[in-house]
Design a protein around this ligand. Structure first.
Ligand SMILES: Cc1cc2nc3c(=O)[nH]c(=O)nc-3n(C[C@H](O)[C@H](O)[C@H](O)COP(=O)(O)OP(=O)(O)OC[C@H]3O[C@@H](n4cnc5c(N)ncnc54)[C@H](O)[C@@H]3O)c2cc1C
Length: 412
């Protein structure tokens, strides 16, 4: 295929990674980002072996993993200590692991690479609200001023779960807000108490407290840990009006392991709230506009896959353009090859989320009885670990990894 002029909207995970892949394949890429001076913000995310394989292809995996915290296990238990989930990456392969990572580390690494990529032009501070098409190609339209940018041969929409660029297309899609979200905070873990595992405490389906070791962050030298606390979005105001000390006591009663984190929290203002979205569409392109990452398939973070799926999207879109003659063929190929993996993760996420965050307490009884037992049965356990690692394609079907996670240094 001849070199294309490509527009990417958003310089988050999906946008930066796809800009890098396509520029390195010889295309000219312009990235449009709403924020004038993007910063490495956010909380802890999980980097899975799938995401690491994509970062390896971009030459970024070592610098990202070096600032994260290697995770060998995912553990969930009830306040009484009953095991609900206990999954180890090593059950799949001895060299596999996950990484707890401050989102800013991934952002900063990808953004720096985009900034130094000669075939990428960055246009910052442009809030794109629409696109138009004429004989010359696709034009992006800025919010407010209605200034047009382009023309481009292809538009890749990577502007996150709340994208408004989906709204006017006739394309069949579902965009929903989950009733539940989470309060979160990232605090220093000077004594490096939190390591090796994502640790969650669940009580019923209404209390979920998570502690994710999050590595060193974008610039620091002190380990960090992210605290997550499940909350219904419509109870946020009521929660913030309630007594903060009482809330800390209740967290401590359910999860004594959270004590060192709670010491850093002085008021409700120290926690931010994130809501979750569920976005379903297929195919992922409308003509020559293709949707990647959360704009295409946001889901609840129950399986810890958001950033990883966005990275895999970017790699697979670039692959779809290799040895394909036309843009239309490449986009058709992309939607077809990406479907199995994404549809499976969306299905399982939707199925699993009410067991951990819902107003259906009987599900917790089933969860506490069944999940812990399933983790002990080797057949189910390895399926659950494959799901956690991001490589599951359905029951007993897995994708291969183009690259293994880098070997861990003996000191870690
Ligand atoms: C500020 C921020 C903080 C986050 N924090 C967390 C976190 O703590 N934990 C977690 O699990 N996930 C977090 N996420 C989401 C996580 O990064 C994504 O789920 C995942 O990486 C998939 O990335 P994405 O590229 O699809 O979307 P995102 O990472 O959301 O990136 C979208 C990008 O598009 C830009 N954008 C949005 N609208 C427009 C527009 N109209 N015109 C131009 N640009 C636009 C945004 O500024 C952003 O840079 C955060 C996302 C953002 C943007």
């Amino acid at each position: 295929m001849q070199s294309l002029d490509i527009a990417v909207v958003g310089t988050g995970t999906a946008g930066s990674a796809s800009a890098l892949f396509l520029a390195r394949a010889g295309h000219r890429v312009t990235v449009y980002e709403r924020v004038l001076d993007p910063q490495p913000v956010g909380a802890g995310i999980m980097l899975q072996p799938t995401g690491m394989a994509v970062l390896a292809a971009l030459g970024l995996v070592n610098e990202v993993v070096a600032r994260g915290e290697p995770l060998t296990h995912l553990v969930a238990q009830t306040p009484s200590g009953r095991s609900v989930l206990d999954l180890a990456y090593a059950d799949l392969a001895p060299d596999l692991y996950g990484v707890g990572l401050h989102r800013g580390v991934l952002f900063a690494s990808l953004f720096k690479a985009v900034q130094s990529e000669p075939r990428v032009t960055l246009k910052l501070g442009l809030d794109i609200e629409d696109f138009t098409i004429d004989a010359a190609g696709h034009w992006l339209v800025e919010k407010g001023t209605r200034r047009r940018f382009g023309p481009h041969d292809l538009v890749i929409v990577c502007n996150g779960a709340r994208s408004s660029l989906r709204d006017d297309t006739s394309h069949h899609k579902i965009v929903r807000r989950y009733p539940w979200g989470a309060l979160w905070a990232v605090v220093p873990d000077v004594e490096h108490r939190y390591r090796e595992r994502l640790f969650q405490v669940v009580r019923g389906t209404r209390v979920l407290i998570g502690m994710l070791p999050s590595g060193l962050g974008p610039t620091g030298t002190t380990p960090q840990v992210s605290l997550f606390y499940s909350l219904r979005a419509d109870r946020l105001d009521e929660h913030r009006a309630s007594d903060f000390g009482r809330w800390k006591e209740s967290v401590l009663a359910d999860a004594p392991a959270a004590a060192p984190v709670l010491e850093h929290l002085r008021s409700h203002d120290d926690l931010l709230f994130s809501e979750y979205h569920d976005v379903v569409m297929w195919p992922w392109n409308v003509g020559r506009v293709v949707y990647l990452g959360d704009s295409a398939h946001a889901m609840s973070p129950q399986l810890g896959q958001g950033a990883n799926l966005a990275l895999v999207d970017a790699a697979m879109l670039a692959q779809a353009f290799e040895n394909t003659e036309t843009v239309d063929d490449a986009l058709f190929r992309y939607s077809r090859t990406r479907r199995g993996h994404l549809a499976w993760y969306q299905f399982v996420t939707r199925w699993l989320t009410p067991f951990f965050q819902s107003d259906l307490p009987p599900l917790a009884v089933a969860r506490d009885l069944l999940f812990g037992t399933a983790c002990k049965v080797p057949l189910f356990r390895s399926e659950m670990v494959a799901m956690m690692a991001g490589i599951s394609l359905g029951p007993f079907r897995r994708m291969g990894l183009s690259s293994r996670p880098p070997p861990l240094l003996p000191t870690r």
